[in-house]
Design a protein around this ligand. Structure first.
Ligand code: GRF
Length: 202
């Protein structure tokens, strides 16, 4: 069994997902390469999915919670896994449910969206729909946004954006691939910055 390495100083993460687990896989790769001083302690999936299988294959504690998770239940899962609001971060990685945020974790939950928010976000805007909308609007630029979560889909303070060109002849799939390549750098970078800020405050 593979296992993400952890040291006593590495930061505990919980990853919430609903789909393929691409962003989880990227985070695990980045951590394995020593480029992010963190470890994934818990994966919460909103349904049985490939992402949850990947988590189990890596020996990560994994829970499937269908429906909207009551905030108290989520807080219990996070604290039991050692993902505390003081040191831990909660990382949404293709999580398709609305998230009632436990009060103690306000400001400790991040999301990545495959467009330049505040445009092309909100309920139902996920996956290829986002890229279809960007192309249909005739935008010449797209990208990804890492932001803090509040109770609304794709809202909350923007932490980091990465931009790319929308090329002539792009399809939703070709644009999605270009944006996902940006995401693979943007999410770890945003987490590195957040973790560095925590260290400065400590
Ligand atoms: C991420 O790439 C991000 O754009 C969005 O969900 C994607 C991962 O979900 N938040 P999935 O692995 O494709 O289901």
């Amino acid at each position: 069994m593979l296992s993400s390495s952890s040291t006593s100083t590495s930061v505990p993460l919980a990853v919430l997902l609903s789909g393929t687990g691409r962003s989880l896989t990227n985070l695990l790769d980045v951590i394995r390469r020593g480029e992010l001083d963190a470890h994934v302690r818990l994966v919460v999936a909103s349904r049985p999915c490939r992402g949850e299988e990947i988590a189990r294959e890596h020996g990560i504690a994994t829970v499937i919670e269908g429906g909207d998770i009551p905030s108290g239940r989520l807080e219990g899962l996070l604290r039991n896994a050692g993902v505390t609001p003081e040191r831990g971060w909660v990382v949404l990685a293709g999580y398709l449910r609305r998230l009632p945020i436990p009060e103690a974790y306000r400001g400790r939950i991040v999301n990545i969206h495959p467009a330049l928010l505040p445009d092309f976000g909100g309920k139902g805007m996920h996956g290829l729909r986002v890229h279809e909308a960007v192309i249909a609007a005739g935008r010449r630029e797209s990208g990804c946004t890492v932001h803090l979560c509040d109770e609304e889909y794709d809202r909350g303070a923007i932490l980091l954006q990465r931009r790319c060109e929308v090329k002539n002849g792009d399809t939703p799939d070709t644009l999605a691939a270009r944006v996902f390549a940006l995401e693979c750098e943007a999410y770890p970078e945003a987490l590195r910055r957040l973790i560095a800020q925590d260290h400065q405050r400590a």
